[in-house]
Design a protein around this ligand. Structure first.
Ligand SMILES: [Zn+2]
Length: 110
């Protein structure tokens, strides 16, 4: 399966990096000893995804970090728990409805 290298979020190109658990990009600060499965840094338009997750978890993590990027771009404040639940719920709808996803992705004629 082809992993995304870049994801555009509301006109901003985010670079997606798949990294090992010791990567600095996964940490909120240099002394953060508990790196998560992913991290979104809107400042540098970077998304870091921890290697070694089962594919279903990895996809959930990528969508989760994209939701953080959307949250930031739109000036929302969504708590971590809600971002987690939204990502899991949206991913389930996306997986169960490929035709619906194609419909949503279709751009209208200009
Ligand atoms: Zn998060």
């Amino acid at each position: 399966m082809k992993r995304p290298a870049r994801i555009r979020v509301l006109g901003k190109q985010f670079v997606v990096s798949f990294v090992t658990s010791d990567a600095a990009g996964l940490r909120d600060s240099p002394d953060d000893n508990d790196p998560g499965m992913g991290r979104c840094d809107p400042e540098t338009q970077s998304i870091f995804i921890r290697e070694g997750q089962p594919i279903e978890s990895e996809q959930d993590t990528v969508l989760h970090e994209v939701l953080h990027a959307v949250e930031n771009a739109m000036g929302l404040e969504v708590d971590e728990e809600r971002v987690t639940r939204l990502a899991t719920g949206l991913l389930a709808v996306i997986r169960d409805n490929p035709g619906f996803v194609r419909y949503l992705a279709t751009k209208g004629k200009k």
